[in-house]
Design a protein around this ligand. Structure first.
Ligand code: AMP
Length: 147
Protein backbone atom coordinates (compact mmCIF):
# COMPACT_ATOMS: atom_id res chain seq x y z
CA UNK A 1 0.00 0.00 0.00
CA UNK A 2 3.04 2.28 0.25
CA UNK A 3 3.59 1.71 -3.44
CA UNK A 4 3.39 4.90 -5.53
CA UNK A 5 0.43 5.23 -7.88
CA UNK A 6 2.81 4.93 -10.86
CA UNK A 7 2.70 1.14 -10.27
CA UNK A 8 -0.93 1.24 -11.44
CA UNK A 9 -0.30 3.78 -14.23
CA UNK A 10 2.50 1.56 -15.58
CA UNK A 11 -0.03 -1.26 -15.95
CA UNK A 12 -3.04 0.65 -17.26
CA UNK A 13 -1.29 3.39 -19.23
CA UNK A 14 -1.37 7.17 -19.07
CA UNK A 15 -4.24 7.83 -21.44
CA UNK A 16 -6.57 10.62 -20.37
CA UNK A 17 -10.11 10.91 -21.72
CA UNK A 18 -11.10 14.50 -22.20
CA UNK A 19 -13.51 16.96 -23.77
CA UNK A 20 -13.25 20.67 -24.52
CA UNK A 21 -15.26 23.21 -22.48
CA UNK A 22 -17.35 23.84 -25.60
CA UNK A 23 -18.64 20.21 -25.52
CA UNK A 24 -22.27 19.52 -24.66
CA UNK A 25 -23.24 16.96 -22.02
CA UNK A 26 -24.38 14.66 -24.86
CA UNK A 27 -20.90 14.83 -26.41
CA UNK A 28 -19.19 14.20 -23.06
CA UNK A 29 -21.45 11.18 -22.41
CA UNK A 30 -20.77 9.86 -25.93
CA UNK A 31 -17.03 10.02 -25.21
CA UNK A 32 -17.48 8.23 -21.84
CA UNK A 33 -19.49 5.50 -23.56
CA UNK A 34 -17.01 5.21 -26.44
CA UNK A 35 -14.10 4.76 -24.04
CA UNK A 36 -16.13 2.70 -21.50
CA UNK A 37 -15.13 5.01 -18.62
CA UNK A 38 -17.08 6.74 -15.88
CA UNK A 39 -15.54 10.19 -16.19
CA UNK A 40 -14.02 12.71 -18.58
CA UNK A 41 -11.72 15.59 -17.81
CA UNK A 42 -12.53 19.01 -19.20
CA UNK A 43 -9.41 20.65 -20.62
CA UNK A 44 -9.04 24.20 -21.88
CA UNK A 45 -5.83 24.69 -23.89
CA UNK A 46 -4.29 21.75 -22.03
CA UNK A 47 -5.29 23.12 -18.61
CA UNK A 48 -7.53 21.01 -16.35
CA UNK A 49 -10.67 23.07 -15.64
CA UNK A 50 -13.13 20.39 -14.55
CA UNK A 51 -14.23 16.78 -14.20
CA UNK A 52 -17.56 15.32 -15.31
CA UNK A 53 -18.63 11.86 -14.12
CA UNK A 54 -21.56 9.48 -14.50
CA UNK A 55 -22.81 10.67 -11.11
CA UNK A 56 -23.08 14.19 -12.52
CA UNK A 57 -25.15 12.78 -15.37
CA UNK A 58 -27.55 11.26 -12.84
CA UNK A 59 -27.76 14.14 -10.38
CA UNK A 60 -27.09 17.35 -12.27
CA UNK A 61 -28.48 16.45 -15.68
CA UNK A 62 -31.16 13.75 -15.50
CA UNK A 63 -32.13 14.62 -11.91
CA UNK A 64 -32.44 18.31 -12.81
CA UNK A 65 -34.38 17.60 -16.00
CA UNK A 66 -31.76 19.23 -18.29
CA UNK A 67 -31.50 18.51 -22.01
CA UNK A 68 -28.06 16.86 -22.57
CA UNK A 69 -27.85 18.18 -26.13
CA UNK A 70 -28.43 21.78 -25.01
CA UNK A 71 -26.44 21.79 -21.74
CA UNK A 72 -22.75 22.73 -21.90
CA UNK A 73 -20.58 20.34 -19.90
CA UNK A 74 -19.12 23.37 -18.07
CA UNK A 75 -22.57 24.00 -16.48
CA UNK A 76 -22.62 20.64 -14.73
CA UNK A 77 -18.95 19.63 -14.25
CA UNK A 78 -17.07 19.97 -10.98
CA UNK A 79 -14.37 22.65 -11.10
CA UNK A 80 -11.60 22.79 -8.51
CA UNK A 81 -10.56 19.24 -9.31
CA UNK A 82 -8.62 17.34 -6.64
CA UNK A 83 -5.52 15.72 -8.15
CA UNK A 84 -2.67 13.46 -7.06
CA UNK A 85 0.93 13.15 -8.24
CA UNK A 86 2.82 10.05 -9.45
CA UNK A 87 4.45 9.88 -6.00
CA UNK A 88 1.12 9.68 -4.13
CA UNK A 89 0.86 6.21 -2.61
CA UNK A 90 -1.95 3.75 -3.22
CA UNK A 91 -2.90 4.03 0.45
CA UNK A 92 -3.08 7.86 0.27
CA UNK A 93 -5.21 7.58 -2.86
CA UNK A 94 -7.59 5.18 -1.12
CA UNK A 95 -7.89 7.58 1.84
CA UNK A 96 -8.77 10.44 -0.57
CA UNK A 97 -11.45 8.31 -2.27
CA UNK A 98 -12.94 7.42 1.12
CA UNK A 99 -12.82 10.92 2.63
CA UNK A 100 -13.88 12.93 -0.43
CA UNK A 101 -16.52 10.43 -1.58
CA UNK A 102 -15.61 10.49 -5.26
CA UNK A 103 -14.18 7.73 -7.45
CA UNK A 104 -11.81 9.45 -9.88
CA UNK A 105 -8.45 11.18 -9.43
CA UNK A 106 -6.41 12.74 -12.24
CA UNK A 107 -2.64 12.38 -11.85
CA UNK A 108 -0.60 15.55 -12.43
CA UNK A 109 3.14 15.21 -13.01
CA UNK A 110 4.74 18.67 -12.66
CA UNK A 111 1.54 20.22 -14.00
CA UNK A 112 1.22 17.75 -16.88
CA UNK A 113 -1.62 15.17 -16.95
CA UNK A 114 -0.17 11.68 -16.50
CA UNK A 115 -3.40 9.62 -16.31
CA UNK A 116 -6.56 9.10 -14.26
CA UNK A 117 -6.99 6.65 -11.41
CA UNK A 118 -10.43 5.26 -10.56
CA UNK A 119 -11.47 3.44 -7.42
CA UNK A 120 -11.87 0.36 -9.66
CA UNK A 121 -8.15 0.53 -10.55
CA UNK A 122 -7.28 0.40 -6.84
CA UNK A 123 -9.63 -2.53 -6.18
CA UNK A 124 -8.14 -4.43 -9.14
CA UNK A 125 -4.59 -3.72 -7.95
CA UNK A 126 -5.41 -4.94 -4.41
CA UNK A 127 -7.07 -8.12 -5.74
CA UNK A 128 -4.02 -8.84 -7.95
CA UNK A 129 -1.64 -8.24 -5.05
CA UNK A 130 -3.64 -10.52 -2.73
CA UNK A 131 -3.72 -13.24 -5.40
CA UNK A 132 0.04 -12.97 -5.97
CA UNK A 133 0.73 -13.08 -2.21
CA UNK A 134 -1.53 -16.13 -1.75
CA UNK A 135 0.26 -17.89 -4.63
CA UNK A 136 3.64 -16.98 -3.12
CA UNK A 137 2.63 -18.44 0.27
CA UNK A 138 1.22 -21.56 -1.44
CA UNK A 139 4.51 -22.06 -3.32
CA UNK A 140 6.47 -21.55 -0.09
CA UNK A 141 4.38 -24.08 1.84
CA UNK A 142 4.43 -26.64 -0.99
CA UNK A 143 8.18 -26.35 -1.51
CA UNK A 144 8.64 -26.67 2.28
CA UNK A 145 6.76 -29.97 2.32
CA UNK A 146 8.63 -31.42 -0.66
CA UNK A 147 12.04 -30.62 0.91
P1 AMP B 1 -17.65 10.11 -8.80
O1 AMP B 1 -17.95 9.34 -7.57
O2 AMP B 1 -16.18 10.11 -9.16
O3 AMP B 1 -18.55 9.74 -9.96
O4 AMP B 1 -17.93 11.67 -8.49
C1 AMP B 1 -18.85 12.15 -7.50
C2 AMP B 1 -18.84 13.70 -7.59
O5 AMP B 1 -17.53 14.19 -7.29
C3 AMP B 1 -19.20 14.27 -8.96
O6 AMP B 1 -19.90 15.48 -8.77
C4 AMP B 1 -17.86 14.55 -9.61
O7 AMP B 1 -17.89 15.61 -10.55
C5 AMP B 1 -17.00 14.92 -8.42
N1 AMP B 1 -15.60 14.48 -8.57
C6 AMP B 1 -15.16 13.31 -9.04
N2 AMP B 1 -13.82 13.24 -9.01
C7 AMP B 1 -13.40 14.43 -8.51
C8 AMP B 1 -12.11 15.00 -8.24
N3 AMP B 1 -11.00 14.32 -8.46
N4 AMP B 1 -12.07 16.27 -7.74
C9 AMP B 1 -13.21 16.96 -7.50
N5 AMP B 1 -14.44 16.48 -7.72
C10 AMP B 1 -14.55 15.23 -8.23
Amino acid sequence: MNTPITAILDRKGCRVFQVAPSASVAEAVAEMNRQKVGSVLVLESGRLVGIFTERDVLRRVVGAGLDPTKTPVTDVMTSGVQTITPATTIEETLVLFTEKRFRHLPVLDAGRLAGTISIGDITRWMADENRAEAQHLKNYITSGFSA
